[in-house]
Write a protein that binds this ligand. Structure first.
Ligand SMILES: Cc1ncc(COP(=O)(O)O)c(C=O)c1O
Length: 394
């Protein structure tokens, strides 16, 4: 396997493990366990003296193909496939911490990610400080002698704020801390956190990697030493492993990732311009536009815009609900990264557990909507949005 393959080639061929039948499409190994030739072989496998699988909670062939393909794409040495994105996020953070340690996290996080650092971690004596992650000085000011982990997503869910990953990594390196980046919104095609200096990358594979709304999945990627030291035992003994069936579905999904993300991003960029030029929306936030508040950082760390657009309607929640209800092609759903265009009202769905004040801090109002562009014809999407804008003016 060539490490020099370009992403589109890696995503079709990377990590493929063929059985004796030489199948074209990757096989699904739906097995819990593995049979050993004799007692000595079992002992050697358990001692780590021979390679091979032991039990599907530890690892299995279809999952191995998915992990290897993701490693190639991400430029990571090792990975673990998890049952969901949240299993990846919680494992990546908790496996490396103990009571008395401290996390610094951006306050603009997906609701469940924020719950893990803000509510769950303190129950186990792990302190957490949330900062406005847009400004590097806030990360620096929050550092304490016991800070071990920095956690961020960029662009953020749902208001597409951007964090300077290289800047945070530099601060972390000064104190021997680790930066965990949730790279879901950027996709592995548009942003390479490890190249920017981050230490650990996590994905909800449920999103663009599946891309067709079928199954949950996640993945944690890092260097081999970090995985061996921190994640290996945690993963084996707490059991967040991905189902081999889901690993197979995700292997199929990932083959078409570049094609889908290219079309989705092309649509999102046109939709963002359409909304901004319509004069009917209060604000449009899109990382590919020159008026994005952190366009300079976007240019430095992202190769493309995003498949998502955030925008604010003038009439608050009432207008946002009426707008969603008037859509036809775009479906109302809190998921994202799908082949189908999906829209959500974060204040009443993904971010409903935050206080009004916390939502306002993230630039989220009653009129804020998050649109995930699918692979439909862009003209149909724009006509649908145009019709809905007309409907709420009427
Ligand atoms: C940024 C981000 N991180 C993590 C997750 C969690 O992923 P999953 O639903 O696969 O657990 C999501 C899901 O919406 C997300 O948007």
């Amino acid at each position: 396997m060539s490490k020099n393959w370009r992403p589109a080639t890696q995503l079709v061929h990377g990590g493929t493990l063929r059985s004796q039948y030489g199948e074209t499409s990757e096989a699904i190994y739906l097995t819990q366990g593995f049979v050993y030739e004799n007692s000595e072989a079992a002992e050697a496998r358990f001692k780590g003296e021979t390679d091979g699988f032991i039990y599907a909670r530890y690892g299995s062939p279809t999952n191995d193909m998915f992990e290897k393909r993701m490693c190639m794409l991400e430029g990571a040495e090792d990975a673990r496939a998890t049952a969901s994105g949240m299993a990846a996020v919680s494992a990546a953070i908790l496996c490396q911490l103990k009571a008395g340690d401290h996390i610094v996290a951006a306050r603009a996080l997906f609701g469940s990610c924020r719950w893990v650092v803000e509510t769950l971690a303190p129950k186990y004596g792990i302190e957490c400080t949330l900062v406005d992650g847009r400004y590097l000085e806030n990360w620096e000011k929050a550092i304490r002698p016991n800070t071990k982990v920095f956690f961020l997503e960029s662009p953020t869910n749902p208001t597409l704020e951007v964090v300077d990953i290289a800047g945070v990594a530099k601060l972390a390196n000064q104190i021997g801390g680790k930066v965990v980046v949730d790279n879901v919104f950027a996709t592995p095609l548009f942003q390479k956190p490890l190249e920017l200096g981050a230490h650990i990358v996590v994905y909800s594979a449920t999103k663009h990697i599946d891309g067709q709304g079928r199954c949950l999945g996640g993945v944690v990627l890092s260097d081999k030493a970090w995985i061996d030291e921190n994640l290996h035992d945690y993963f084996r003994h707490t059991g967040p492993a991905m189902s081999p069936f889901n690993a197979w579905t995700l292997l199929k999904g990932i083959e078409t990732l570049p094609l889908r993300v290219a079309q989705q991003t092309k649509s999102a960029a046109r939709v963002a311009d359409f909304l901004a030029d319509s004069g009917k929306v209060a604000k449009v936030i899109y990382p590919g536009r020159a008026d994005h508040p952190q366009a300079d950082i976007v240019a430095r760390q992202m190769k493309g815009g995003s498949t998502l657009v955030a925008f604010e309607l003038k009439g608050g929640k009432e207008a946002a609900f009426a707008f969603q209800n008037a859509l036809d092609v775009v479906k109302i759903s809190n998921n994202l990264g799908d082949a189908k265009s999906l829209i959500t009202h974060p204040a009443t769905t993904t971010h409903k557990n935050l206080t009004d004040e916390a939502r306002a801090e993230l630039g989220m109002s009653g009129g804020t909507l998050r649109l995930s562009c699918g692979i439909e014809d862009t003209d149909d999407l724009i006509e649908d949005l145009d019709r809905a804008l007309e409907a709420i003016q009427a």
